[in-house]
Write a new protein. Structure first.
Length: 423
């Protein structure tokens, strides 16, 4: 009896003295590759230091399904989610449900993140998320196979097709019939939107919808780009299977040694070089090729932010967790164990990080100038735009209509949806 009263008194005293009492904080933080595990380690380390407990919320791997899941929970004002990991394209879509973090961080703290990411996460003056890791599409290639066939790293997509064919033909003669040329993400999901945007941009065909909201997707360069990739599938440089691949399926093929080239995000680097990986030390990384000599290198901007739900019953602790996970020390750990690109410029000068991920240094331009999906210009309608776009591309890649026809139909749909670009 005595003990209990004393215990209560101690808790009250602690709470009153400003030290938060123990809480269970729930966090949803992804499930592709090592996302879940590495997030869990970080969150639990924080919880241990602060006397809290973590509840990991499982989410679907597919970005779009995740968005629907969060929209449902947040619209229902559910208190089941404290910290939410949000995609770089969702800040506008979810802003109304998220805590304004501006009063919780100093200008100095905020100044340590990449400025464009802070701007991206600021919606109507409200800081809805802290940048956690950034992403851009990059090219993985098999150094050993390119060397064996005396091939250079391709600088245009056309060269990539030729090199892929030279290597796979050569290997076929030697009995290696499983090897394919190029794998990427062409399942009709958000990852195809990312792939197709960088193809079109690399051919000089714009960004589907421009910054002013004008629908630009139906143009000769965009048509050329999509037809080119449809040709890669029909000619067999890319296996037909890519039509069902997202990130992990392509990584599975590449990491088991069965593809010469792969388009993916940086997370695949740490896994490809893991102890048990069949391609360990055989992989190079380069910027994605240009769409022909007149084109440019491109890579779609991806990446994830941490937000706190307005319906969280433990906002202070949830904010502390989001700050800890996006902090320099934790971002460094994540870069070292899982090649997640930091959102803090200073970490790109860290020798250990650069040693573990040499391409963070050599591809800096790719990460700082990645092409953004048109989520700002299309406002609340981005999900619809993205799904119409990837469906049109998916049809073209699978031979249901050509790019000329499909991009024209897409243009009409997007113009109707936006009242001719007014969104
Ligand atoms: C990566 C990117 C994210 C993108 C997703 C698509 O996780 O970081 O921005 O939406 O892939 O699959």
């Amino acid at each position: 009896m005595h003990k209990t009263i004393l215990g209560v008194a101690a808790t009250v005293a602690l709470t009153m003295s400003g030290v938060a009492s123990a809480a269970t904080i729930s966090i949803a933080c992804g499930s592709v590759g090592q996302e879940y595990e590495v997030c869990k380690q970080g969150a639990e380390a924080w919880a241990k230091q602060n006397g809290h407990t973590i509840r990991m919320v499982s989410v679907p791997a597919d970005a779009n399904e995740q968005l629907t899941f969060f929209q449902q929970l947040l619209s229902a004002k559910s208190a089941d989610l404290d910290v939410v990991r949000i995609d770089v394209i969702w800040t506008g879509l979810l802003a109304q449900h998220l805590v304004d973090l501006k009063p919780k961080v100093t200008d100095e703290e905020l100044g340590q993140f990449f400025k464009p990411l802070v701007q991206n996460n600021t919606v109507d003056g409200k800081l809805v998320a802290l940048p956690w890791f950034t992403d851009a599409g990059i090219l993985y290639y098999r150094k050993d196979l390119l060397e064996k066939y005396k091939q250079q790293v391709p600088t245009t997509w056309q060269e990539l097709a030729t090199v892929a064919k030279t290597v796979t033909d050569g290997e076929k003669k030697a009995g290696n019939t499983k090897l394919v040329g190029f794998v990427f993400q062409a399942k009709a999901a958000e990852s195809l939107t990312c792939n197709a945007l960088e193809w079109i941009d690399s051919f000089g065909g714009g960004t589907v919808v421009d910054e002013t909201g004008k629908v630009t997707v139906n143009n000769p360069k965009a048509v050329e780009a999509i037809n080119f990739f449809a040709g890669l599938v029909s000619s067999g440089v890319a296996p037909k299977g890519v039509l069902n691949y997202s990130e992990e399926e392509s990584r599975g093929v590449f990491q088991s040694g069965q593809a010469v080239f792969m388009r993916n995000w940086p997370y695949a680097w740490a896994l490809a070089n893991a102890k048990d990986s069949p391609v360990k030390d055989k992989v190079g990384v380069a910027v994605l090729p240009k769409g022909g000599p007149g084109g440019k290198n491109s890579g779609t901007l991806g990446g994830w932010q941490l937000s706190v739900s307005q319906y969280s019953k433990n906002q202070e602790a949830a904010i502390a967790l989001a700050k800890y996970l996006t902090g320099a020390e934790e971002q460094k750990r994540r870069a070292l164990v899982a090649s997640f690109n930091p959102t803090r410029p200073a970490l790109y000068e860290d020798a250990e990080i650069l040693k573990a991920n040499p391409f963070f240094g050599t591809l800096q331009n790719t990460f700082t100038n990645a092409v953004a999906r048109p989520s700002k210009a299309t406002r609340g309608q981005y999900s619809k735009v993205s799904s119409e776009f990837r469906n049109a591309v998916h049809s073209s890649l699978s031979g249901q209509g050509n790019a000329e026809k499909n991009l024209k139909a897409l243009e009409d749909k997007l113009n109707r949806l936006s009242r001719n670009g007014k969104w």
